[in-house]
Design a protein around this ligand. Structure first.
Ligand code: BYC
Length: 474
């Protein structure tokens, strides 16, 4: 399963044996590069960046480090190895052989899922396009670019499936993936979060912690798919995804650490004094967290979804880590949901388990989000402060699903729109919060130097020191 780097498109799918497919992808490749040039990281295309590139999908080869100019990154097609004994792991066809081709009746639905997944990848690169100039260090700059090139590769992963298994429709969808753009008034990206601007690095860290983690859970669900090529693609994408969440987790950790240092130096927790010293007060960190978590919660879809039920029944999309469940058919269980009663209160209702799959996945996601919070709060506790970062309720500021448009407190208590409006600036980034955070965004480019609002990382990349020249700026 080593990767063929001789081909114009690196791959481990024996692309050379299918000339039509190879030609079609070689036709898409310059379109991708044009998109990268126009909407990928602005201005750093000739810099040498210390990046990892996959040279094989096994443990030894998937992370090979070296200096690369981003447009020369070897974007390619890498699937995990095929397990000839793999069986359908859930739904009505549990135990049957997995599919190497798509059954006709599921074509449209699978195409929709793959396009939705694929759409997020270039979207995130577009959202982060301007961040290079304001990186708090070149260590961070390198991490941004690593995330960006890998999101580009994840787009390739989905485009390969579209080209290889969906004929002309798939080729058209692949073109449209480069035509929709994040935040575009006429052709926006499909899912809400991917149209939100990311203008500052606090948002970038929140995005990589919370939104990339949605990616982890969606990819885990698709890695269970009966459509084996999709499952194998997502399994390999998950190995790369882990670094993206690491960037968010350690980024927020370093922001909190620096704030605590300033609080100690000044012996105060007064947000204004902390801001005057150039750090980010913890209530502002909480407000950014509230914004990005609530946006990411929408990405799981509605609490009750007949789409989700049929994805599960038909074996298209499972639960993350499906093997941990006892019952893989799940058509006799139910799930209790607390929903708005339409009169300012809540009501409990039982739903068939299959219809609640989005909520099952969202709940696993929230548990995973708590791990970072515990770590950040330990820092705060050790420094002797009573403040704690918390995850807002899954009901808070939702735009999709049963809680969409229902105003609640961050604890999930329904309130009136007036009450919400009156407290909004305590719960979500206000204009003045955003102006302050933007005022901190000034690029730092000397190796080892950090902006004043963030602590240095504990260690560098691939055993290199923190002051390594991770990006050689020309
Ligand atoms: N914004 O039945 P429902 C990642 C739509 S992130 C706008 O509840 P369903 C990454 C929905 O499409 C992972 N629209 O939805 C992270 C549906 O529309 P249609 C991305 C939304 O189908 C960082 C309608 O509402 N992967 O990889 O059960 C950087 C009815 O909704 C939203 C995937 O999303 C929203 N937030 O589930 C880079 C996996 N939510 O079909 C990358 C593939 C829902 O009626 N997608 N809608 O026109 C899916 O599995 C499903 O489409 C969803 C929704 C989970 C998104």
């Amino acid at each position: 399963m080593s990767i063929n780097y001789q081909d114009r498109i690196p791959n481990n799918v024996d692309l050379g044996s299918n000339r039509t497919l190879q030609r079609a992808l070689e036709h898409w490749q310059p379109e991708f590069l044009k998109w990268w040039e126009e909407l990928g990281p602005k201005d750093f295309q000739v810099a040498d960046v210390y990046l990892r590139t996959a040279t094989s999908v096994d443990a030894k080869g998937w992370a090979t480090y070296g200096y690369v100019r981003m447009p020369e990154y070897r974007w390619g097609i890498f699937l995990n190895e095929r397990d000839p004994n793999r069986r359908i792991g859930f739904g009505d066809s549990f135990g049957q052989e997995v599919w190497q081709q798509i059954p006709g009746e599921y074509r449209a639905t699978l195409r929709r899922l793959i396009v939705t997944q694929g759409d997020t990848e270039p979207a995130s690169v577009e959202q982060q396009r301007m961040l290079g100039h304001t990186a708090p260090s070149i260590y961070d700059l390198r991490n941004l670019f690593q995330v960006n090139v890998e999101e580009g590769r994840h787009l390739w992963a989905m485009v390969y499936l579209l080209h290889a298994y969906f004929g002309r429709d798939g080729r058209e969808e692949a073109e449209e993936l480069l035509e929709r753009h994040s935040g575009d008034a006429d052709k926006p990206r499909i899912l809400g979060t991917f149209n939100e601007p990311i203008r500052d690095w606090l948002s970038f860290f929140m995005f990589t912690y919370f939104t990339d983690r949605d990616g982890k859970f969606q990819l885990k669900s698709l890695a269970e798919s009966s459509f084996d090529p999709l499952a194998r693609t997502c399994q390999f994408m998950l190995t790369e995804e882990a670094h993206h969440m690491f960037v968010g987790d350690t980024g927020i950790n370093r922001v909190v650490k620096r704030t605590l240092e300033v609080m100690k130096e000044l012996n105060t927790d007064d947000p204004l004094a902390i801001r005057n010293a150039g750090a980010i007060d913890l209530p502002t960190v909480q407000r950014y967290l509230n914004f990005w978590l609530s946006s990411s919660l929408d990405l799981f879809g509605s609490e009750t979804s007949s789409n989700a039920a049929s994805y599960f029944a038909n074996g298209l999309k499972g639960r993350p880590d499906e093997a941990q469940y006892e019952d893989h058919i799940a058509n006799e269980q139910s799930y209790l949901l607390e929903l708005p009663d339409g009169q300012g209160g809540t009501k409990s209702e039982q739903f068939p388990m299959r219809n609640a799959m989005n909520e099952v996945t969202r709940s696993s996601y929230v548990r995973d989000c708590e791990i970072g919070l515990k770590r950040w709060n330990r820092l705060i506790e050790k420094a002797g402060h009573g403040f704690r970062l918390t995850l807002p309720s899954t009901r808070f500021r939702r735009n999709i699903g049963n809680w969409a448009g229902v105003p609640t407190t961050p604890e999930g208590q329904p309130i009136s729109a007036e009450q919400f409006g009156a407290q909004r600036s305590q719960w979500l980034p206000s204009e003045s919060d955003q102006a302050y955070i933007l005022s901190l965004m000034q690029g730092v480019s000397a190796p080892g130097k950090m902006a004043a609002w963030i602590a240095p990382p504990d260690r560098g990349i691939n055993n290199n020191p923190v002051d390594y020249e991770y990006v050689k700026l020309q």
